[in-house]
Design a protein around this ligand. Structure first.
Ligand code: ADP
Length: 153
């Protein structure tokens, strides 16, 4: 297992400044980070997988250590596929913490070689969530302050 490879999984529906902040802060820790869009049959996304991938690729186009992918199935299986030793997740608040702790434990049960690394959000982004942004979009609110410049629709 190569411990210099990480996976940052999420829905990224859409990618926000909070996600980008987490990525920028973990980049120096790894040789390669895969940003992986989880395809979940139970969730109906607002933006297509293709659109979300396009935005992520544009945001990290100058960062050769970042690869963008989409995956249907368990994150752990994607990690094994690319020989990643770490899963990166962001923590905004205690709700995230409780959920993420359980998820990390389940992933550890599935594969004890892969460690979950938590990065706490920068306070200015701690209130940002893709779900809140999706709700605002449906009511035509201006969400541009929360999104990377490239994310426009
Ligand atoms: P998921 O549906 O898997 O939670 P998200 O795209 O909502 O996917 O989030 C992916 C990861 O990014 C999660 O670890 C989440 O906690 C983290 N994250 C999302 N928004 C922020 C933010 N504003 N600050 C820090 N981390 C965040």
């Amino acid at each position: 297992m190569n411990h210099k490879i990480a996976v940052f999984p999420g829905s990224f529906d859409p990618v926000t400044l909070g996600h980008v902040d987490i990525m920028q802060r973990v980049l120096s820790l790894f040789d390669k980070i895969y940003v992986v869009i989880g395809i979940n049959g139970n969730k109906v996304p607002l933006f297509s997988v293709e659109q979300r991938m396009e935005w992520l690729k544009a945001i990290f186009r100058n960062e050769s250590r970042v690869a963008i992918a989409a995956h249907r199935g368990l994150t752990i299986d994607f990690c094994k596929q690319v020989k990643a030793g770490f899963i990166v997740r962001g923590l905004r608040n205690s709700t995230d913490y409780c959920y993420e702790r359980e998820l990390a434990q389940v992933n550890r049960d599935l594969c004890s070689d892969i460690e979950t690394l938590f990065i706490t959000s920068t306070p200015q982004y701690a209130h940002l969530s893709s779900s809140m942004i999706r709700e605002l979009i449906q009511f035509q609110a201006d969400v541009s302050p929360y999104l990377p410049d490239i994310v426009r629709f």
